[in-house]
Each structure stands twice: as C-alpha cells, then as structure tokens.
Design a binder for this molecule. Sequence first.
Ligand code: SF4
Ligand code: SF4
Length: 340
Amino acid sequence: MYSLDTLSEINFELSSHCNSKCPQCPRYDIYGHVHKDLNVTNLSLEIIKKLPLKKLKNLTGVSFVGNFGDPLMHPELDEIINFFKEQKIRISTNASLRNKSWWSDLGKNKNIKVIFCIDGIGKEHELYRRNTSYKKIVENAKSFIQSGGIAEWQFIVFQHNEHQLNEAKELSTQLGFKDIKFMYSDRFDTDDTWKVYDNNKYLYDLKKPSKQITLRKSLNTPVGEKYWNSLHRNKGEISCFWSESKKIYIHSDGTVYPCCMLGSIQSGKNIEKLMLKKIIKDYKEIDLHYNTFEQIIMSDILQKTLPETFKSSSSHPICIEWCNKNSGKYSKKHLNTVNI
Ligand code: SF4
Ligand code: SF4
C-alpha cells in the first residue's frame, strides 16, 4: 500500500517533447507522426517544488525517464536537479542534446547517474535513434565522464547492430562507462519486422536480432496476431510490482500513476485509456494541478479502487500484460536480457 513515509522512488516523465524519432517509440504512430492525442508538454517546476520532500522520509531515488519524451528537453532541468540534492538521480536520455560544457558541469554532481541510450556504433546507432548524432553523443559522454560523472550505456540490440556487441563492450570500457547493458526490444509484438516510416514515407525495415525469442514467440502466437489473447489465456494472479517496490510515476502533464506502464496509455491506446477511465473516473483526482501529492497518494483510487481490480475480473489489460505472475512481462523479463 502507498504512503508518503514508505515511498522509495519517484519516476518522472519530465517532458513529452523529444528531438529523436525512434521508430518503436510510443510517441509516434506507425507512419512516423506524433500521436494526435499526445499532450506535448513539460512537467511544471512549480508542481515539482510542491512535493513534500520532508515527509518523504524514505525517498532515496528519483528517475527521469518517461514514456514519450526525453528529460533533457525540459528547459528547467538544472533547477529540478538542484531540488533533489538528497536523492540519487537516474537520468535516461538519448544524450544528443545540450553542449559539452553542460555535460561537463552535470558530471560534477555526485548523486547523478546517466543512462546513455546508444543503440550501435556510428551510423548503426542512428538507424534506431533517428535524428540524433552518434558523434555528438560520444562527445557529450566523454565530457560527462571526464568531469567525474557516473555513466552507463544502454544498447538495444537489433539485427542491424548485433555484430557490434563485443566492439561496444570494449569501447564502453575505453570511454569510462561503468557498465554496458544490452537488451532486446519488446515491441516486435505482431511480427519480427517493423516498417520504418517518416511522415508516411517508407524508409526501411527494422528487424529483430537473430537470437531474440520474442514474447509473442514464447507464447506461441502466430505472426500477424497480437500476443494479447495467448497472454490472457495463460494469465495468473496479479502482483503489483511497482507498489511492492514502493515506486510511483508522475507524468509530464502532472498526473500521478501507480507505474509508468499505466502512464504510457495516455496516447495512441484508446481502448486501454477508456478502461483506465472506468477505474479512475475523473482524471482530476490524480492530477497535481488540482490536488497535493499526499492527497493523491492517500486517495481511494490508489489505496482501494485500483488494488481491488487486481483480484477481480475487471483487471486492467496493462496490469495483466505486465504483472500477472504466469505470462506477464515482468515474469518474462529474461526474454529481453542479452548476455554476451
Ligand atoms: S529518445 Fe526516447 S522519447 Fe525520444 S523518440 Fe526515442 S524512445 Fe522516444
Ligand atoms: S501494471 Fe498494474 S499491477 Fe503492474 S505495476 Fe502497474 S499498476 Fe501495478
């Protein structure tokens, strides 16, 4: 159950703006347009400053990750970082923004770890992180690391970059990254190929890597069919992973969700959105523009209504997809882990 005392981490989507055009990012539709129903905005600094840090006695970490945007797009990021002096800050970014001097200053903060999303070396990287510059990212990473910053490299493996894993591992050590983590995309949900478009124009195919066993395959779902039916058939009890880990998510529009997965249905997912509306009823109830953080944490929605759905036949499809103990994505996390 949620309480201010026990909360250990807040995950923020600081911004739903982004400079990049990653083909499988939920901010875009399949033809490469920003979803029409995406509220493109920055989380207000005023809202962040009203968080009751003194009462959040166990809040040891905050992460700036997000579903639809990059935290470095937030114009007041430096003030936000200053606000969380007592917490460990984890920033996940495409890192192709800001200049070397900004990165060098950022590296002097001892409470910050940056996850650099670099999906390949050279032009291979830019096939997924479209619109970013590999050269600039490496320069930024060097500036950050040289001034003392703790950096981790996150590498999503596709067919076009799978030959670079060993090279990337060596390069990460040379550049001074503390770690490099390889992972598979979980978004090949109907096919092993993803057609990349930009404003309706077909560009190329993105392909799953040769060794990846997708969730769809592990559930024996035929090509072209969503894995949802198989996942639902095999579902087990729901165990709310985020509330057990004492984590919560704040969306860039100021709404508070129990996890980033439920926050991710605010754009491009009409059915899931409607089903969440049935549970929440009035989004104002979870909106920091209308309530304090404490009021939302202690609201019936988080304390009662949502937890009750876990045990009933009206569980939200996202909760089944992620947190059912038999076939949920958390129970199959190993499918996305790559060991080299
Ligand atoms: S960098 Fe992140 S937010 Fe931006 S398009 Fe890529 S996945 Fe989406
Ligand atoms: S998807 Fe549902 S069950 Fe899973 S962490 Fe989020 S709220 Fe909890």
